[in-house]
Design a protein. Structure first.
Length: 239
């Protein structure tokens, strides 16, 4: 939560700022809670009270494969963001070197958009363009709207998402290790997972600034529908 207040204005502005690690956890946990839960529910409907070990073996295999796939997706997203930034950075340096007058005019137009007078615009342009690196950084941020990504973002994202998926996936799967039949495991798993989905949806909604109760209910219903559909399809196939 970020708060802004001044001596002249005691009003406090409240804004939610979600960090990159929280974003990764949301991505990993949301799929980790839902996909293995639906898989285990489907297998419970298929095998019933037999072959209980099949449920947790398949569940562990899915968690391993899912965490790798999700982590790889996070890595590629972070790598793509960094590659895009570097490509635009090279292009901006090239434009500053070869068409500096046009780039200066773009800087002036930015300050004009702020409502500065013509003289102040010119002074600001002269000051900004003295240092080429600062000039390029300014153009990247205010012309292209790009902030420099963390160079380690891809690896951090892969690790955070993958680990979050594993933690989320073990929650619905864990009851099957302590029961003697699949349907009993499903009942316990459903109770635990739906509670976790509600809590997860609540804090996710708080982080994104939407109604927390409504968001929590939507996340819980989504997980329940996924598991219910998987269970129903498995039962229908057996008929």
């Amino acid at each position: 939560m970020h708060q802004i207040a001044t001596a002249q204005d005691p009003h406090v502005e409240q804004h939610m700022r979600s960090s990159e690690i929280l974003t990764d956890i949301v991505i990993g946990m949301s799929d980790g809670l839902t996909v293995p839960f639906a898989l285990a529910a489907g297998l419970s409907g298929a095998v019933g009270n037999q072959h209980l070990n099949l449920i947790w073996i398949a569940g562990l295999a899915e968690i391993a494969a899912g965490s790798i796939a999700m982590g790889l997706g996070g890595y590629l997203a972070g790598k793509t963001e960094m590659d895009h930034y570097n490509a635009e950075l090279r292009r901006e340096y090239d434009e500053v070197d070869h068409v500096p007058d046009r780039e200066r005019e773009e800087v002036r137009e930015f300050f004009a958009g702020l409502g500065l007078s013509r003289d102040v615009q010119q002074q600001a342009v002269e000051e900004m363009t003295k240092d080429k690196d600062k000039w390029v950084d300014f153009m990247m941020k205010y012309e292209l709207g790009l902030d420099k990504p963390d160079p380690q973002r891809a690896r951090k994202s892969a690790f955070n998402i993958g680990c979050s998926y594993i933690v989320g996936g073990l929650i619905p799967l864990s009851p099957y290790f302590f029961v003697t039949d699949g349907l009993s495991g499903l009942k316990i798993s459903a109770l635990i997972t739906l509670c976790c989905l509600f809590i997860f949806g609540y804090f996710k909604s708080l982080m994104t600034g939407v109604n927390p109760i409504g968001g929590a209910i939507r996340v819980m219903i989504t997980g329940a529908l996924a598991a219910g559909c998987a269970f129903g399809v498995a039962r229908l196939i057996q008929l």
